[in-house]
Design a protein around this ligand. Sequence first.
Ligand code: ZN
Length: 491
Amino acid sequence: MKLGPHVIRQSGAAMAWSRVAPTVKALDSTEPLSIARPDAVRVFRRYFRGQPTTTADAQRVAAEIIVALGGYYHHKLYVEIYNELGRDEIRASLDFFRTVTHILQIVGYKVALPCWATGNFEAEDWDLLRSLNWLGADCIALHAYWNRNGLTEWNALRYRKYWRLNDPPILITECGRDRVRDGDFGSYIGAEGWKLDGVSREAYLAEARAFDCEISKDSYVIGAHWFTIGEDDRWRFYGLDDMAVGEFAGPGPVIPARRGIVTGYPDAAWRPSANYGYPITGARGRLGHEIVFLVDHIAQGYESGVSSWFATSGGVSAHYLVCRDGRIIQYVDEKDAAYGCGITNRPDLANPFIADAMRNAVNMNLLGINIEHEGYSGVSMPEAQFQATLRLHADICKRYSLPINKDRIFGHNKLDSVSRANDPGTAFPWDRLFAGLLPQPVNAVDDALNGIAHFGTQARAAGKSGDIAAMNRHLDSLWVEVVQLKQSIGK
Ligand SMILES: [Zn+2]
């Protein structure tokens, strides 16, 4: 399965499909990307009205994209610079695209280019971009719509004629049924949107399945985005919100349905433990206390051990276990106190929050959410586990407006420095976790990019007028801004 949603707005259907799809494309928002499964490919496009190319200031376009991303990063994220373009527009804007690509890559993003419209490319276009090393892009982006005559090598599957070994892989950033041509001199066939084109929803689903099947034969196609879900008025004849699109979920992590009404993380599997409540009589709730902190643990073992441990009545529990493959299991409703903090022994009284709770003799279990992590103290986390725990922490902090600092988010060792000294241990990624939870310094990035744009213009003008000394001065200043940009994004 390689088909995923093209999300225009965050409708319920759009978000539901985004959670399970193998690839997700979102327009102007990172919300659908941030809830996608850990292994999903992500595509982001900033919406630019009018999309100027040859006349645009590449530095400013790059800056606007980076600001729109707001610090969001994922190792499978591709930035699509513009919406579909004709072959002549692309040929006239090669320098523009090269510069935008270069800046985005300095910041750490992968880039999808050149965003060809369906079938609007010839062998010579591919040869030209090949000779320019694809302007440095990380994948070839193109649209692949089909019409009522089905999938042909003139429309949706045209990339097969031209892709060659050693070309970058292909991302089909939009696909679906539309009004498109078949053949060089063919006329446009079809209506604008499947709903106008007289196809039933079952037949359209079958078309999408057939397309998915075709692109799955091509190992160099990363994925395709079916247009469109979360549609607005402009695209209502293309809308998929009423479709059973979940069947394109692919073989990803299976998330069992929640039983009953449980407060917690929506992507967690629910496996209830009987070990919760206060006092030990099993009374539910938190005796009126609010959730004000988060405590992280290392399990010193694997999921099966933790689950049977939490299933032993009269034993211990945590609200969550984050697994090494990125799955999250919830054992206790957040409304209830889990038995995770144990006995407080030589706590960190330099932490004013802990000191205050000790003074008031409040059981810490009543105040916090306990998060266990599969694995061993001192052993570093796989990326999938880190990304999952980052999302879980972010979700909890957002829902309870927790301040993001080390007074309120800490390890079990801060409550018991004697028998829990290595819980969660030295390999726990505190710095990366806090960096991911705190808002990124978008303004510093913006300032540096504006500086790059300014000194670039000055250097160009000086170079044209023959003032080489001035040009070099401006280039030096430009480099200082590049270093600043790198620092502000931690590269
Ligand atoms: Zn612990």
